[in-house]
Design a protein around this ligand. Structure first.
Ligand SMILES: Cc1ncc(COP(=O)(O)O)c(C=O)c1O
Length: 399
């Protein structure tokens, strides 16, 4: 198949100029955002500020202990269409899922439904619940992704929570969030999503989806440092949840910090989702650059970024015909994400291709025995064309 003509403009900025906002990539092509997103230069600059503060601590303003989490929470709320009071600041996707697991008002005999094939962070946070009398049941979807009518047949009166991934880490399949949420809500169960592989790549307005909560890593499609994450919790779920921790810096956003603390320490009330924040909410090294990265992404617009990513996925799909590699995941939206799984035989063959690509300066991943390609904002059609060109010649022996 002929390659489509190169695009010169995507969104309101030339394709290649977003790449200039990142890196340097040292001549390599990073097509592995599903593992780690690259940090924008503006975010790296902000990390320098945090570093300067810590090198000379007299520079650390007292207000920063309140300002840093306030700014981050408000950006994350904007990102998902929520309110800052609904945002838990975390260090991972796992953090927020364990917060729900630990703070949910369980009753003896309750059940959590999990889905086979989900990535371990979606499963692990629930695993200690049997010690509290809660049953964990895993269901195996018949198809590539969980179908809402199929889910309906699995729900029981005792099912209080269903937790699954929005976008599949291995294949890129996108869950029909609204349909799944509807079935859960009909049955009186809460849908909690691991949104890690979707947030930042697919726009979402969480309050309109019917989902009760979503947790996400911050270091993939949201381009933050490693060990960042957040969770959005719907107000009615928040109202039911029981705090299981008390943190001296868990303060309402409008509070100014008084480090000259007097009086009796008390468990903070009326602080919304802040009650579940990871401690160290003014984590300067991580949260300052992450906030800058989010400001940068939001300034471009999540829809513009999603369209850009999807054009790169289209480019790869169109170029693949000539390569002998098979497109494993979904062909089109709404099932398709910015994660693409390719295969040419068994896991060993695919592993060789991944190694060969790495040797030629193109970084993709081997996941579930397949080649996973996950392009984002800093990639261009030229990156995809370079990948396709190598795939055409790979394996370099025997083909
Ligand atoms: C679906 C999914 N969730 C979560 C993670 C990371 O988990 P955490 O942020 O809890 O370390 C990954 C990838 O590493 C992932 O693919």
């Amino acid at each position: 198949m002929d390659m489509p003509p190169p695009e010169s403009n995507i969104g309101d900025r030339p394709d290649a100029s977003w790449a200039d906002d990142f890196g340097p990539f040292e001549g390599r092509i990073w097509l592995n955002t599903a593992h780690q997103g690259a940090l924008p230069k503006k975010a790296a600059d902000e990390l320098e500020v945090a570093l300067a503060w810590k090198r000379a601590p007299y520079r650390i303003p007292d207000e920063a202990f309140v300002e840093v989490p306030r700014r981050l929470r408000s950006l994350l709320a904007r990102l998902v269409g929520g309110h800052p009071d609904e945002i838990v600041l975390g260090n991972s996707a796992s953090w927020g899922l364990q917060a729900v697991a630990n703070g949910f008002p369980w009753r003896e005999g309750d059940e959590v439904l999990l889905v086979e094939g989900d990535y371990p962070p979606t499963i692990h946070p629930w695993l200690l619940l049997p010690e509290r009398g809660v049953t964990i049941r895993r269901i195996k979807p018949a198809g590539a992704t969980l179908d809402s009518e199929e889910l309906r047949t699995h729900l029981r009166e005792s099912t209080r929570v269903v937790c699954t991934g929005w976008v599949n880490t291995y294949t890129g399949y996108v869950l029909d969030v609204e349909a799944i949420a509807r079935v859960c809500n009909d049955a009186g169960a809460r849908l909690i999503l691991n949104g890690t592989q979707g947030v930042g790549a697919i726009p979402i307005d969480l309050p309109t989806t019917g989902v009760s909560g979503l947790s996400s890593s911050g270091f993939k499609w949201l381009c933050g440092p490693y060990a960042t994450g957040f969770t959005w919790l719907r107000q009615d779920l928040l109202a039911e949840m029981r705090p299981f921790q008390s943190y001296w810096l868990a303060l309402p956003d409008e509070t100014s910090l008084d480090l000259n603390l007097g009086g009796e320490p008390r468990v903070a009330e009326g602080i919304g989702a802040r009650a579940f924040d990871v401690f160290g909410t003014a984590n300067f090294f991580n949260f300052m650059p992450w906030a800058a990265a989010l400001e940068y992404l939001l300034s471009i617009g999540m829809k513009v970024i999603a369209d850009h990513d999807q054009r790169l996925v289209d480019r790869l799909r169109d170029g693949l015909d000539a390569t002998g590699y098979q497109w494993v995941g979904p062909g089109e939206a709404p099932l398709r994400s910015s994660i693409v799984a390719l295969s040419r035989g068994d896991s060993d063959t695919n592993a060789k291709t991944v190694a060969e690509l790495a040797g030629r300066g193109i970084d993709v991943a081997l996941r579930g025995g397949r080649i996973r390609v996950s392009p984002h904002l800093y990639n261009s059609v030229r990156d995809i064309d370079a990948l396709v060109a190598v795939l055409r010649q790979t394996p370099s022996t025997g083909v």
